[in-house]
Design a protein around this ligand. Structure first.
Ligand SMILES: [Zn+2]
Length: 209
């Protein structure tokens, strides 16, 4: 797997601080499980955090060796499947036929992943048929999309298996699924994406996006 699109610094920093909303954290940990580069970056952020934390401590605990990076180790370990919803577990292991896909629009299927009670945001699997263009849309908050199979292209390049699109506020894009393989991805947002245009208005009530 050759990964060319990674998590950005702000995302790694909030991951390191443990302050990420549940939906985004699910995509982050999935990407980390396949990306040594981001695991290393996360460790670097966690080390900086440890150093700052140590500097702020009024009295260091004597005799205790600080376990720098221990937290990063915990975060970066490949996701434990124990608590994952079955559909997500199946998708992360490439068993895409086991996912209970719902048709959202012609050539587009989705499978919402339930979050903990009270958690804000949106986490869902998306399957887009070969060559299908999604409507141009923007994002009200942060959004992370991890490609699990196939590929898609947009204004920011081509995203293949393992690549993550780390989109911030007010970014607009119009993804097109790979003409041969289509695209299956895991998408999370801390707010619901808002679609633009005619087709978008048709798609939105269907997709629940
Ligand atoms: Zn990465």
């Amino acid at each position: 797997m050759k990964i060319t699109h990674h998590l950005d610094d702000a995302t790694l920093m909030s991951c390191s601080a443990g302050s990420q909303p549940e939906a985004l954290a699910a995509v982050v940990s999935s990407h980390l499980s396949v990306c040594p580069r981001c695991r290393l970056e996360l460790k670097r952020h966690a080390l900086i955090g440890e150093v700052l934390f140590e500097a702020l401590k009024p009295e260091p605990v004597s005799g205790e060796v600080p376990q720098a990076g221990a937290r990063a180790e915990t975060i970066s370990a490949p996701a434990d499947d124990g608590g994952l919803p079955a559909a997500l577990q199946a998708a992360l292991h490439g068993r895409f036929d086991d996912v209970p896909w719902r048709r959202a629009a012609p050539g587009v299927w989705h499978c919402p992943i339930e979050l903990s009670p009270g958690a804000k945001g949106d986490l869902r699997l998306l399957k887009v048929a070969p060559g299908i263009k999604l409507p141009e849309h923007g994002h009200g908050g942060s959004e992370l999309t991890l490609v699990l199979d196939g590929a898609y292209s947009d204004e920011f390049g081509t995203f293949r298996r393992g690549d993550v699109a780390d989109l911030g506020d007010d970014v607009e894009h119009r993804p097109v699924a790979d003409p041969e393989h289509g695209c299956i991805c895991l998408a999370a947002s801390d707010a619901r994406p808002r679609f633009k245009g005619m087709f978008a208005r048709l798609l939105q009530p269907l997709a629940g996006l």
